[in-house]
Design a protein around this ligand. Structure first.
Ligand SMILES: *Cc1c(COP(=O)(O)O)cnc(C)c1O
Length: 408
């Protein structure tokens, strides 16, 4: 099956109790049993069943299976938000004294999370280049995981997943990829060599901007060394599935970051059109990037543009697509504000991946807590405008941005 067929007719498209064509919304806190013996068996994992929504729920399970299938994973856990997914995934493999190697120019929330991890004794070192060579020189006996964004938001640098994975694996270290901006439509990081994929489903997977959520997909192939990964040692009997079991029955369950059943349903149904939306969004983004780069005054950052430093990865990792986000530099903060305010269609909002075109000035919003150095690493300057391109008619978008730039 090709992507769109698998999306619509994959494993989660059938098998519901009353033959529903969509997973029913099990909007409950708990599940009732006819005898205490039956419930005991569920708690002992001796029979399949749900007990309490923080620990498992059929609507969440349907959404988890659907994303896992599209990513080629062995299992998945959905979470209350993308941030909760990143936090849970990293806390499942790291404990105090351990080190994480991370890419530069990550999502602002992730950089803020790293400050919290530092307070727990988990140290983060940043790689200048997310390539095998770039991370290779940072690996030491404390390194437990390499974490990066496939297409970083908003720097739009692309991680070299195959070479990072080869180098990391040679040192017994797994690679976790935040693939929110790429989506399974553009790439499957597990197939490129990564071990765990993370999504903020709030963005493209949901697509309609109506539910916050996150997802962690385990490839189930990494050979854990339980001497090195002490955080997982209690789960050594699960071998290659040790991460999944530790995540689900420990970190996710105990920190309490479950997704609400209604959000799982909204994200599941939103996902029906993921392929269609991504195709249109990427085409619109490319058209808009070309039109703006023809405009000499604004410097445009879009990975598919000729001469872009990461263009070669567009073909090798992203199936030839440049993604749905572009940034441009307006010349000054004041002009950036004027351009944003003069746009007719782009909605001023702090989000990406919506089917509506969204626009924001990152320096005064998303990166308000970041240092100058962190902002520059993320490609966020005083005059940077970020555009998350939507599914409108591309001609209207081009006309709108060109008029806003002209008038400002
Ligand atoms: C939005 C985003 C997150 C955080 O997700 P939330 O659902 O907002 O918690 C993480 N990584 C990337 C790349 C994002 O764009």
């Amino acid at each position: 099956m090709q992507f769109n067929t698998r999306l619509i007719h994959g494993r989660t498209s059938s098998g519901y109790a009353q033959r529903e064509i969509l997973p029913p919304i099990s909007q409950v806190s708990a599940f009732r049993y006819d005898s205490m013996e039956e419930l005991e068996k569920v708690f002992q994992h001796k029979s399949m069943g749900f007990a309490y929504t923080r620990i498992g729920n059929p609507t969440l399970a349907a959404f988890e299976q659907r994303v896992s299938e599209l990513e080629g994973g062995a299992g998945a856990v959905c979470t209350s938000s993308g941030m909760s997914a990143i936090a849970a995934a990293l806390l499942a493999v790291c404990q105090s004294g351990d080190e994480i190697i991370a890419g530069r120019g990550l999502y602002g929330g992730t950089i803020d999370l790293f400050r919290d991890l530092e307070k727990l004794g988990i140290h983060v070192v940043f790689a200048e280049q997310m390539t095998g060579e770039g991370i290779g020189k940072l690996i030491n006996e404390k390194t437990r995981v390499v974490f990066g964004e496939l297409i970083s938001n908003p720097a739009l640098s692309i991680m070299d997943v195959p070479s990072v994975s080869t180098t990391a694996h040679a040192a017994g270290i797994p690679v976790f990829v935040d693939s929110t901006t790429a989506t399974p439509y553009l790439a499957n990081p597990l197939k490129l060599g990564a071990d765990v994929v993370i999504h903020s489903t709030s963005k493209y997977i949901n697509g309609g901007g109506n539910a916050i959520g996150g997802m962690i997909v385990d490839g189930g192939k990494f050979k854990w060394d339980f001497e090195k990964h002490k955080a997982l040692s209690e789960f050594s009997k699960y071998r290659k599935m040790a991460f999944s079991v530790r995540l689900r029955t420990d970190v996710w369950e105990n920190f309490g970051g479950c997704m609400a059943p209604l959000n799982a349903f909204l994200s599941y149904t939103g996902m029906d059109t993921l392929g269609l939306r991504m195709e249109r969004i990427c085409r619109n983004a490319e058209t808009l990037a070309m039109a703006l780069s023809g405009h000499s005054e604004v410097g445009v950052n879009y990975p598919k543009l000729p001469g872009h430093p990461f263009k070669r990865y567009v073909d090798s990792e992203l199936s030839g697509f440049g993604g749905g986000i572009l940034t441009f530099r307006a010349g000054s903060r004041e002009r950036a504000f004027r351009i944003i305010n003069s746009l007719k269609y782009a909605v001023i909002a702090s989000n990406i991946g919506d089917l509506r075109t969204l626009v924001i000035h990152p320096a005064s919003t998303l990166y308000i807590h970041s240092s100058q150095e962190e902002k520059e690493a993320a490609g966020v300057y005083e005059d940077t405008v970020r555009v998350s391109v939507g599914i409108e008619d591309g001609r209207d978008l081009v006309e709108d941005f060109l008029q806003a730039i002209r008038e400002s």
